[in-house]
Design a protein around this ligand. Structure first.
Ligand SMILES: Cc1ncc(COP(=O)(O)O)c(C=O)c1O
Length: 729
């Protein structure tokens, strides 16, 4: 403490009390490395911990949670003295058998000059602060308008009250809320501080530490710890109860803390950065309070290079043997990096992406196997329609779905068309179809002279609402005019709720065609989507989860149906040596080359689903806590294939419309698409009947499909999220 009294500037992170609390958490011993020369003093607090579990007799050094780093007696320290300090520090670290030293530097106290040249000072992100030396109105003028509106509304309605809990009566509530928040955002284990730590923190820091709580009604909705030291108010740890997320009580809490910080004469309110200094939703929430940013730097110094290299290599070998991979290539020291089970290798497609900065909605993702199979098609001269790859693709596809028969066709649309033709659709007859889908689901009805009748979506899955379908079938039966068929779509990779749908249709003997174009690999109650109805349809166009550049498949357990489909798809050629036709046919067969691609793609379908699921989970982790953002709900009756991650944006709560977000992404060369425009709103179908429609209309108004390709990288996903969160103004 005596040393700290001599330095120009320090924060609570440098206090011995804080180091004591951190000593227990990290099982480490705090050391203040001090160097004095002439009138100058430089001090660096570090925590030394044993590296016994990796190599006996060695230690490494780290800094407290948050921002520490060196402090000094003068704003500027002469260079020779800095060099001498660094020499002495190195010696002290060597003496204590330290392999590597790491410290987060304080973004408000410029410190890297003191460590530059000794190891590496690396830019690691940015933090946000509010300049409290500005007049109050000028501080508030930097708030995003959505935050101002939110605060005004909350103050007006008196629903949220914030208070500084001096006696820390709500301490255990805070501990619970913090834990709940960390679980909600899927935080890494390192962010889960136990109750014991918090108690020790409160004991050690005393009046430096303040607990603020936000109250809605009679419940604590959010709580946060803030410190005050040397004119710096620092936001330490905080959380919001799950049930109050949409009210964003944290916004009013930050405003209240700001006012309090002004009252007590603080100079700056340091809000900090995102989780792990990333520019995530937390960072973007903070950015909504101030334009002021600070560079956050970390210091990494390898003190014993030989040992460091050996340990890192040894750790890499162990990881490989155990099928583990480090969570970050940046982690220091590398041999302490937390690990996760290895994801499937994603080497294919990576090159294409690096040379193409545009982020597409759902681009093709091809690999080596496809090329080999296509080469085989070339080598055998089976280029024209049909050939061994078509037969094999059909068999493998049917095997994958556990369905008896499959016919490979030129597109998914062709498959729907053939299905309708085979079910005997005649001009003037009706076919029921969901309104929330791509036009290709309904177009073939019109090809055959039929009339689509549209059904709204259910909110719980966005798929066709079974209750409305039942109502429509009852009404049709009452009019003595049942539809020729019902087309059910498995939207955006999630299967519809088939039990009630099939039941309602079976009772009236109306066959069901499943348009599972988007849902290959999804399941309904343990069986693959597309296998529940009379026949199922799949698409392999360029944006689907697997692609043949263009193509489709019709599947069914009924051999005659598939046989007939093949016949119609090949111009309905009667068995004769010459070209003989007694029926009008189509040119709808898949070529052997494309089937070869399809076979390769089918082999990696499992990986593609896993990658798209990862996209969804990452989007959910980063955007899921932003107010007003919702995700397509996932039903418990099956597994989705996560083809596209779809969100909804409530403009009132989010502060920007779906279109604002889409255009912001487009400006950054990122493709995102509105949710399907309901077919009953399409000019070509304006004359068609619709049952319900408001759910689909709202989804169209608010819904956005985000880039979801299986070759998307984490930095690309983060870029998309950052732009979305940035539109919140
Ligand atoms: C729901 C739905 N149905 C049908 C199709 C048509 O498939 P294709 O493009 O292969 O004709 C698509 C995709 O394009 C689709 O998303």
């Amino acid at each position: 403490m005596e040393t700290l009294k001599r330095v120009v500037q320090h924060d609570f992170h440098h206090l011995p009390q804080f180091h004591r609390a951190e000593e227990h958490r990290l099982k480490a011993i705090a050391h203040l490395f001090t160097y004095c020369e002439d009138d100058y003093l430089i001090a660096l607090p570090l925590l030394l911990r044993s590296a016994e579990e990796v190599v006996p007799g060695w230690n490494d050094a780290t800094s407290v949670y948050g921002y520490a780093g060196p402090v000094a007696s003068h704003e500027r320290i002469p260079e020779p003295i800095v060099r001498n300090f660094q020499g002495a520090l190195k010696e002290a670290l060597v003496e204590r058998r330290v392999i590597a030293a790491f410290s987060r530097l304080h973004p408000l106290i410029v410190q890297h000059d003191l460590l530059a040249g000794l190891g590496e000072c690396r830019a690691s992100g940015r933090t946000v602060s509010i300049d409290l030396t500005l007049p109050l109105e000028k501080q508030r003028a930097q708030y995003r308008s959505i935050n101002k509106r939110r605060i005004n509304k909350q103050r007006r309605e008196g629903t949220v009250a914030c208070l500084c809990d001096q006696e820390k009566r709500y301490w255990s509530e805070f501990v619970n809320i913090y834990g709940e928040t960390m679980r909600r955002v899927n935080a890494a284990q390192t962010y889960f501080f136990g109750e014991e730590y918090f108690n020790e923190l409160a004991r050690e820091l005393g009046s430096v530490l303040h607990l603020f709580v936000a109250v809605i009604g009679d419940k604590i909705a959010a709580a946060g710890l803030f410190t005050i030291c040397n004119g710096i108010v620092n936001s330490y740890l905080s959380g919001t109860r799950d049930e109050f997320i949409e009210f964003s009580p944290m916004t009013l809490m930050i405003d209240t803390v700001r006012l309090w910080a002004n009252e007590i004469g603080a100079r700056v309110f340091h809000l900090g950065g995102g989780v792990g200094a990333k520019e995530d939703s937390l960072f973007h929430h903070k950015v909504g309070f101030s334009d002021r940013r600070h560079d956050f730097t970390t210091w990494r110094c390898i003190v014993a290079p030989e040992t460091y290299r050996e340990l890192s290599e040894q750790r890499a070998r162990m990881n490989e043997l155990q099928g583990l991979q480090p969570t970050s290539a940046e982690y220091f020291p590398a041999y302490r990096c937390p690990t996760v089970p290895c994801a499937p290798a994603k080497t294919d497609g990576a090159e294409i992406k690096n040379t193409r900065p545009r982020i597409y909605l759902s681009p093709p993702h091809l690999g080596e196997a496809e090329l080999e199979l296509v080469k085989d098609a070339f080598a055998s001269n089976w280029i024209a329609p049909l050939g061994p790859h078509v037969d094999a693709f059909e068999q493998e596809f049917a095997g994958y779905l556990d369905v008896r028969h499959a016919a490979a066709l030129s597109s998914g649309t062709a498959a729907i068309h053939l299905a309708l033709r085979m079910l005997g659709l005649r001009p003037g007859e009706e076919v029921i179809c969901p309104t929330l889908t791509f036009a290709a689901s309904a177009n073939p009805i019109v090809y055959e002279g039929g009339t689509p009748v549209f059904i709204d979506s259910e909110e719980t899955t966005w798929n066709m609402d079974p209750t409305l379908l039942c109502e429509e079938l009852v009404a049709c039966a009452a009019n003595g005019r049942l539809p020729r068929a019902v087309i059910v779509v498995d939207l955006y990779g999630q299967s519809a709720d088939y039990d009630p749908i099939l039941d309602a249709c079976a009772r009236r003997e109306v066959p069901v065609i499943q348009d599972s174009a988007e849902a290959l690999g999804a399941t309904y109650k343990g069986r693959k989507a597309g296998t529940q109805g009379r026949c199922g349809v799949f698409s392999f166009n360029g944006n689907k989860i697997i692609t043949t550049s263009g193509g489709g498949m019709l599947v069914s357990d009924n051999p005659e149906l598939i046989e007939r489909a093949r016949f119609l798809a090949m111009q309905a050629r009667d068995p004769a040596p010459h070209y003989q036709h007694s029926t009008i046919g189509f040119n709808y067969r898949m070529s052997n080359v494309l089937a070869a691609i399809g076979r390769g793609q089918l082999r990696v379908l499992g990986e593609r689903i896993a990658s798209r699921r990862r996209n969804f989970e990452r989007y959910k982790a980063v955007l899921g806590t932003a107010p007003g953002i919702g995700f397509m709900p996932l039903a418990s009756y099956g597994e989705a294939n996560y083809w596209l991650t779809c969100i909804t944006i409530d403009p009132e709560k989010f502060g920007a419309t779906r279109e604002d977000v889409r255009l912001a992404l487009a400006n950054h060369n990122i493709e995102a698409r509105p949710i399907w425009k309901p077919l009953h709103l399409q000019p070509v179908f304006a004359h068609c009947r619709v049952r319900g429609g408001s759910v689909a209309e709202t989804l169209f108004a608010r819904g956005l499909c985000l880039p979801s390709g299986s070759s998307l990288t984490d930095p690309e996903l983060d870029r998309v999220c950052a732009i979305i969160l940035d539109t919140q103004k």
